[in-house]
Design a binder for this molecule. Structure first.
Ligand SMILES: O=C(O)CCC(=O)C(=O)O
Ligand SMILES: [Fe+2]
Length: 293
């Protein structure tokens, strides 16, 4: 099988070109040159978060055999776990992975650090309090998110701030070769595929690349991704729909999408297609930000 590293890397891509050449074509891209201009880019570190909000209650996840276990702890305790681990990763056990935390809502002062924010990549509907849609990922090196696609079949803009991450992605048409389990997780480990167990994976065309601090990654709806942290890391993403992707996602109810996902997708469709403002929709949508699936 061929593993390629083919993904466009564009310096300061304009929002018009982003929509025309990537979103509309369902093509992934890495955008460089924007995050390094943020006022807080050089300030962010795990230690900075710990000092800002040591007593904040957060949760972290352990992914094992398709099960997700949730651990609850304070920010200070979590960052200490990571610090201890990093001193000797060979002999310490891997800390859980803080995954999908709406940190801008929990520590609002962080929003000032990400200016100028390129919110014009998002549809206008999301501009009002755009930071409410962001989900953070904090973790040690060697943290892994197993192969999956994002559960509402949204577009994903992913901001890498601290540390590097290795992504292996597959376009939606390759999902049929990856042995889906349930709605959105897949059995194949693209870093070390077991072709005896999963022979169809030979037909897939994985794309493997590193996302560096300061990079923005765009993944179209339904892109499969497996993510390995190469360093202690801070990232956040925004899952977002266009009118078109929200309508396509509603159709996925016939393909195994859970009813709760249909509910969130209906809300976004009502907002984007029927122009109901986020001030009304968000009240109903916000439980999505704590939805583990
Ligand atoms: O960074 C990670 O470990 C996972 C990222 C991810 O799955 C996402 O942005 O949807
Ligand atoms: Fe994801």
């Amino acid at each position: 099988m061929i593993v390629s590293s083919e993904i466009d890397r564009i310096y300061k891509l304009s929002s018009d070109e982003f929509h025309k050449d990537y979103v509309e074509l369902g093509k992934p891209v890495i955008i460089s040159g924007l995050i390094p201009n943020w006022s807080g880019f050089h300030k962010w570190s795990l230690n900075y978060f710990k000092n800002l909000s040591p007593t904040l209650n957060i949760y972290a996840k352990k992914f094992s055999n398709q099960e997700i276990e949730i651990c609850r702890l304070t920010m200070a305790r979590y960052i200490e776990l990571i610090e201890t681990y990093q001193k000797d990763p060979q002999s310490n056990s891997l800390p859980p992975y803080c995954h999908d935390l709406p940190l801008f809502s929990l520590i609002p002062s962080l929003v000032e650090d990400v200016q100028p924010f390129p919110f014009d990549y998002l549809p206008k509907w999301y501009w009002y309090k755009w930071w409410r849609y962001c989900q953070f990922f904090l973790g040690s090196s060697h943290s892994i998110t197993p192969l999956h696609f994002d559960c509402l079949l949204t577009n994903n803009i992913f901001f890498q701030i601290v540390g590097r991450k290795q992504f292996t992605i597959l376009l939606p048409e390759d999902a049929k070769y990856c042995y889906r389990q349930g709605w959105r997780w897949f059995l194949v480990n693209p870093e070390n595929p077991d072709f005896n167990k999963y022979p169809d994976y030979k037909n897939a065309k994985p794309i493997k690349f590193i996302v560096n601090p300061g990079d923005i990654l765009y993944m179209p709806p339904g892109t499969l991704h497996h993510v390995r942290s190469l360093d202690p890391s801070i990232s956040f993403n925004i899952d977002w729909h266009t009118q078109k992707s929200s309508l396509t996602a509603l159709g996925a109810i016939t393909k195994g999408m859970p009813v709760q996902n249909l509910y969130y997708n209906l809300l976004l469709t009502i907002g984007l297609v029927f122009k109901i403002p986020p001030q009304i929709i968000f009240k109903f949508y916000k439980t999505y930000l704590n939805y583990v699936s």
